[in-house]
Ligand binder design. Structure first.
Ligand SMILES: NC(=O)c1ccc[n+]([C@@H]2O[C@H](COP(=O)([O-])OP(=O)(O)OC[C@H]3O[C@@H](n4cnc5c(N)ncnc54)[C@H](O)[C@@H]3O)[C@@H](O)[C@H]2O)c1
Ligand SMILES: [Zn+2]
Length: 369
């Protein structure tokens, strides 16, 4: 097992540890008990994670109160679930001295983090992520929240965990589509921060897809190192943290226009291709990278075709309403080269004329890349 220290400036706990290993789920409760000095624990998970046997392995015969989110997935990521969980915790007579454990993907993690942030004005949360998305992304960085009927993550808080335990063996039970599309966030991390890591992904993708423990642990370490470094510098997303949005501005627009029929990973893969087209239009040499990306996404069976009913105007309209837009137009994160984000005048997201984005989207929709 390897450990990475994450410093969190300006929060009381200061830092937390991410433990990464394979097949150590049954040792985690003992580690949490030591870390949190025997605080009463409350586990949040969902039906699929429980059915896959991970809850049983984690608790290993110990009796810990638990809420199993039903149905699993985004559909339950709303405020009524939070209310239900909080009332169950009250019925269990859990006080301010308790701690919440999130066992599951980004949905369980985002809900658990938010519950922990607000329960009795805040109790510790420990993340045990079980998807490629949550191991690479959502369990690190402290963003928590649930959706409203109008928008994603409308209720939320920045709330950092007390510890994260990444057991890559839990990924064995994840279905192929979820597993593969979650790897897009790993590709994104490599693109923005580390050309060697990108090279590793292109050379070792077959072993990663085969879910061999060693490459899975390797990518978990790289993802945590990269995300933690960015979050440490800019915990509240004032500037540098925006680089984590690479591929996400157009990606989110495509995801939303598809009414969430496209998975987040697929939409971000399409957004990464769109960013590459913009880079080429600006004269940044990114054609070789485009070919490498098409190969990587192809091996992951990720379809880069935007559904035919989605038109350029609709995407531009959604982009203009992006939550980071100023004067109805957001900035775009672009790469200077593989492993390095373009930084202009100290800004990690650049102003790009609407005309260029329109032309790039036209190329994207016509699949002329
Ligand atoms: N907080 C952040 O910084 C951040 C970052 C990225 C994404 N997110 C959020 O994360 C959510 C998506 O996370 P996700 O992709 O992990 O989805 P998810 O948590 O909904 O999990 C996907 C599906 O896999 C199942 N599952 C989870 N682990 C499993 C396992 N080991 N074996 C079998 N089945 C398993 C779940 O029950 C679910 O049906 C979104 O709500 C997104 O907004 C948050
Ligand atoms: Zn993402």
């Amino acid at each position: 097992m390897q450990k990475i220290e994450v410093k969190v400036p300006a929060v009381p706990q200061g830092s937390y540890t991410i433990a990464i290993g394979a097949d150590f789920l049954d040792s985690i409760i003992a580690q949490i008990k030591t870390l949190l000095r025997d605080k009463p624990l409350f586990i949040l998970t969902d039906t699929n994670v429980a059915k896959a046997g991970h809850l049983e392995k984690l608790t290993a015969g110990t009796k810990i109160p638990c809420h199993i989110i039903t149905p699993p997935g985004e559909i339950s990521k709303h405020i009524a679930t939070v209310t239900k969980i909080i009332e169950q915790m009250e019925k269990e007579a859990l006080g301010r001295d308790c701690a919440v454990i999130a066992l599951g993907g980004g949905t369980a993690g985002d809900i658990a983090g938010f519950v922990a942030a607000i329960y009795k004005r805040g109790v510790p949360v420990v993340h045990i992520p079980t998807t490629t998305v949550s191991q690479a992304d959502s369990s690190i960085g402290g963003k928590t929240g649930v959706d409203s009927s109008i928008s994603k993550n409308a209720y939320g808080a920045f709330y950092h965990p007390s510890a994260v335990f990444i057991d890559v063996a839990t990924l064995k039970t994840l279905d192929e589509k979820q597993f593969n599309s979650g790897l897009v966030e790993s590709i994104k991390h490599a693109l923005i921060a580390d050309a060697d890591y990108f090279d590793y992904l292109t050379k070792n993708l077959e072993d990663i897809i085969a879910r061999k423990y060693e490459p899975l642990e390797y990518i978990a370490r790289q993802n945590c190192r990269i995300k933690a470094a960015v979050v440490e510098e800019d915990p509240c997303e004032k500037n540098k943290r925006r680089m984590l949005n690479y591929g996400h501005t157009i990606g989110h627009a495509v995801e939303s226009a598809s009414e969430y029929k496209l998975s987040h990973g697929q939409a971000v893969a399409i957004g990464i291709i769109a960013a590459n087209i913009i880079e080429q239009k600006l004269g940044i040499d990114s054609k070789k990278r485009l070919d490498e990306l098409k190969q990587l996404f192809g091996k992951l069976n990720i379809n880069l075709q935007v559904p035919a009913n989605i038109k350029t105007g609709e995407l531009l309209d959604i982009i203009s309403r992006d939550k980071k837009a100023v004067n109805k137009w957001p900035r775009f994160v672009l790469l200077e080269k593989t492993g390095k984000v373009l930084c202009k005048d100290g800004q990690w997201a650049c102003q790009i004329e609407q005309k260029i984005v329109r032309e790039a989207i036209d190329i994207l929709l016509k699949q002329q890349f």
